[in-house]
Design a protein around this ligand. Structure first.
Ligand code: IMP
Length: 422
């Protein structure tokens, strides 16, 4: 059984935890897009792990983890994660495979990311990890791939070509001194030497595993509404975070995918700029942010919070082909007398049930809410769904009805044990 895990909102839905839980039942986990802009938090026996590049399934010692060709890799960040795992006595030897075709984040990508943000009239609020400029080079056909780091002559030639053009742009457009070849060349050749044991043809590996009836979990980073095509463009990331990206980003065909699990928070959050129709008023935002510890795992930035938006999640279900939802952080809503769910938008006097593709319409849309009764407390340890308060179960079943989809997993806390299967 091959399953894609995808975020149904703006990322940070709690995919790391769901992937960690489901990883115990699969042979391989493959990350298919994004880079170290992502931050997946997993808590095991009270110890917190934050992953940016390595799939969170690495914590299950029998699983093989692949970083697919669709991912952009900052070698320094990857080496740091490998080191962090080694310090926790988790070995990645023979369990971590990195696509030779994945593109490499270079120092000039990170600097350009920040300089471009500074020049924009409307900032995107990027993570500053060089993601956009790296994907832009990939599409511009001047990117550097992991395999290039293993061949110093080829790497040197590509780096020289890049610096020739980029340094001119840095100096003339951004008044930045530019980058010296020698320093980057030496550093990245060293990264290549250190990462060599992991670099391989991950598409061949994954297809071989499927041929042996092994099961794969495809790990999406970010979320549907940060997808370069289906997200709230231009306030999006630069890759295909939706389930279709799993095929392009790993070299496994769509015919091999069996199901797609969407992960959605019981409310909504967003980091960075861009429209957010169900966003809370500032004072209430602060309360939920504190209660839900809503701060970015990568940048520590405060997340913006709002009500669950079924208009968005239904669109996510459609574009990803989501077969069931995992609902996370339901415990954060305990103690509220009333909980709201957006069921439609009003724009220019008309009511819309579909998520608008038009940026202006999205900015001006006013949500139409259904109000539901809250519950006072979510049990700290609930070993069965039936032990949840009636109003909490009513909320979950309302979300299932309004989104016309099954909710198969409910998470009531950060630990592995705080997970209910329905
Ligand atoms: P970039 O991916 O760094 O270019 O950032 C583009 C947008 O995506 C910004 O609004 C970021 O805050 C957002 N973003 C990128 N990665 C994540 C993530 O893992 N979780 C939530 N938001 C993200």
């Amino acid at each position: 059984m091959n399953t894609v895990i995808v975020g149904a909102q703006w990322g940070d839905e709690g995919k790391g935890k769901i992937i960690d839980i489901l990883s115990g039942k699969v042979d391989c986990i493959a990350r298919y897009q994004g880079g170290s802009n992502a931050g997946h938090t997993v808590v095991v026996n009270g110890k917190e792990f934050i992953f940016h590049l390595i799939p969170s399934g690495i914590l299950h010692r029998s699983a093989v983890c692949c970083i697919g060709n669709g991912v952009t890799i900052d070698p320094e960040s990857l080496i740091g994660e490998i080191r962090g795992l080694a310090a926790a006595r988790i070995s990645v030897v023979n369990r971590l495979k990195v696509s030779s075709l994945a593109h490499v984040i270079m120092p000039y990508h990170k600097v350009l990311d920040k300089l471009r943000e500074g020049k924009r009239t409307h900032r995107i609020g990027t993570t500053g990890r060089g993601i956009g400029p790296c994907y832009a080079d990939k599409v511009n056909r001047c990117g550097i791939r992991m395999i290039d780091l293993l061949n110093p002559a080829v790497f040197g030639e590509k780096l020289r070509d890049n610096l020739r053009e980029k340094n001119e742009i840095f100096r003339k457009v951004y008044r930045h001194p530019g980058f010296r070849f020698e320093l980057i060349y030496r550093q990245y050749c060293e990264y290549g030497r250190r990462l060599k044991p992991y670099i391989c043809d991950t598409s061949a590996y994954l297809n071989g595993a499927i041929g042996q009836n092994k099961s794969i979990l495809f790990e999406g980073a970010q979320g549907t509404f940060l997808d370069i095509d289906f997200g709230t463009y231009p306030f999006v990331t630069s890759s295909s975070a939706t389930s279709g990206g799993s095929c392009i980003g790993t070299g496994v065909a769509p015919t091999k995918i069996d199901k797609v699990i969407g992960v959605a928070k019981a409310y909504t959050t967003r980091v960075g700029e861009g429209p957010f129709p169900t966003e809370f008023e500032p004072a209430f935002n602060d309360i939920i942010r504190t209660k839900g510890k809503e701060f970015g795992a990568t940048t520590g930035r405060p997340r913006r919070c709002g009500w669950f938006d079924s208009v968005m999640v239904k669109q996510a279900i459609r574009v990803n082909g989501i077969t069931s939802l995992a609902l996370t952080k339901i415990d954060v809503l305990a103690g509220l007398p009333v909980i709201k769910v957006a069921t439609a938008y009003k724009y220019k006097g008309k009511t819309f049930k579909d998520f608008p593709g038009d940026y202006d319409a999205l900015c001006r849309s006013v949500p139409v809410y259904k109000e539901l009764k809250g519950w006072s407390e979510t049990p700290v340890k609930a070993d069965s769904y039936k032990k949840l308060p009636v109003a909490c179960r009513d909320y979950i079943s309302y979300l299932s009805d309004v989104c016309s989809t099954d909710i198969s997993i409910v998470s009531i806390g950060s630990g592995r044990e705080d997970t209910l299967f329905i």
